[in-house]
Write a protein that binds this ligand. Structure first.
Ligand code: SF4
Length: 325
């Protein structure tokens, strides 16, 4: 167990000796309020409600307080995106370990992915809409989905609405490809690689080896198609470009094609992999790692305040410093 305060941490040994000294030291920082709660690692986090700028004051803290932000051992394409969207959101999620409650949309995505993964495990001629309906019923029970959906804090409808939304996404697969003609060479494939000095980890939804042995990577999406007004192609495909780089580094596999299967619309977005778009993705990975390391070193995690904050859990929960009064 450890005690954390802002970017400082009191380790187990120091905690036993200094806990009694530590609390008055905190209160000595202008007599601010603080708040203790457990996180998953059974540590106690002192949420720095009013300690956002404590740099001048840390000299008063016990000497054995140690630096708390160690960069994660691995980055995934989604954690890179999270940091780029908002470094503060990354900190609250990854370091402070404040868990966002699951959402309806996330559950639809997870359930659809699970059923389609099972669909591609059955013989090609059995991959029909009736079979996917049966699989959905089996996976619904196996995953205890009814209880999970009922427990959602902000459901967007009834259980029937959830099932209809998810099943429509599954059925739409037949509008964008014929599952009987597709033989996947990998699903939920774990890949670990060092990309330009950055240790990366990820799971590829699905891939096939094409006739020339180059890889085609595809990914199901159950959300909205991003608007080209706000999202460039390299941003939209960043996750898959990162996987292409990872496969290249880890397995010396060349990727030729990337596909995003938007099941809600339904529509497929596809690009060819080129040295240029790979270089752009590599640049994003390296630059993000450098920024993350710098934030870990200084303890400063910028709040990227935009209109999107209205959809951010940490604004609503009161954890984001940018919206604390
Ligand atoms: S509310 Fe905005 S600034 Fe705060 S963590 Fe969320 S995205 Fe970042």
């Amino acid at each position: 167990m450890c005690i954390s305060f802002g970017r400082w941490r009191l380790d187990e040994k120091a905690r036993k000796q200094n806990l009694l000294d530590f609390q008055p030291a905190l209160m000595g920082l202008g007599g601010c309020k603080y708040h203790l709660r457990s996180d998953n690692d059974h540590s106690l986090i002192v949420v720095p409600w009013l300690f956002r700028r404590c740099d001048q004051s840390v000299a008063h803290l016990p000497e054995r307080l140690t630096h708390m932000f160690t960069p994660p051992n691995y980055l995934s394409p989604s954690s890179i995106r999270l940091f780029r969207d908002c470094p503060q959101k990354f900190k609250l999620s990854k370091f402070d370990k404040i868990q966002e409650p699951p959402t309806w949309q996330q559950y639809v995505g997870t359930f659809v992915h699970d059923v389609l993964e099972h669909l591609y495990q059955v013989e090609a001629e059995e991959r029909t809409v009736d079979r996917v309906r049966e699989l959905a019923a089996t996976r619904w029970e196996a995953g205890n989905w009814e209880a999970q959906v009922l427990a959602l804090a902000e459901p967007l409808g009834s259980i029937k609405d959830f099932k209809l939304t998810a099943f429509q996404c599954m059925k739409n697969l037949w509008s964008i490809e014929n599952p009987q003609d597709i033989e996947l060479d990998g699903m939920e494939h774990k890949v670990e690689a060092n990309v330009e000095g950055v240790q990366m980890l990820g799971f590829i939804d699905r891939f096939i080896f094409e006739d020339d042995r180059a890889v085609a990577i595809s990914d199901y999406k159950t959300g909205k198609v991003p608007s080209s007004k706000f999202t460039t192609q390299n941003e939209e495909f960043f996750q898959l470009l990162a996987y292409a780089l990872m496969l290249q580094e880890a397995d010396q596999e060349t990727t030729s094609r990337l596909q995003l299967l938007y099941l809600k619309e339904p529509v497929v977005h596809e690009i060819s992999v080129t040295p240029v778009n790979l270089a752009v993705a590599k640049g994003v990975i390296v630059e993000t790692k450098e920024s993350l390391d710098a934030s870990c070193g200084t303890g400063e995690f910028h709040c990227n305040v935009t209109k999107l904050c209205d959809w951010c859990y940490f604004k609503k929960s009161g954890d984001c410093p940018a919206f604390q009064k």
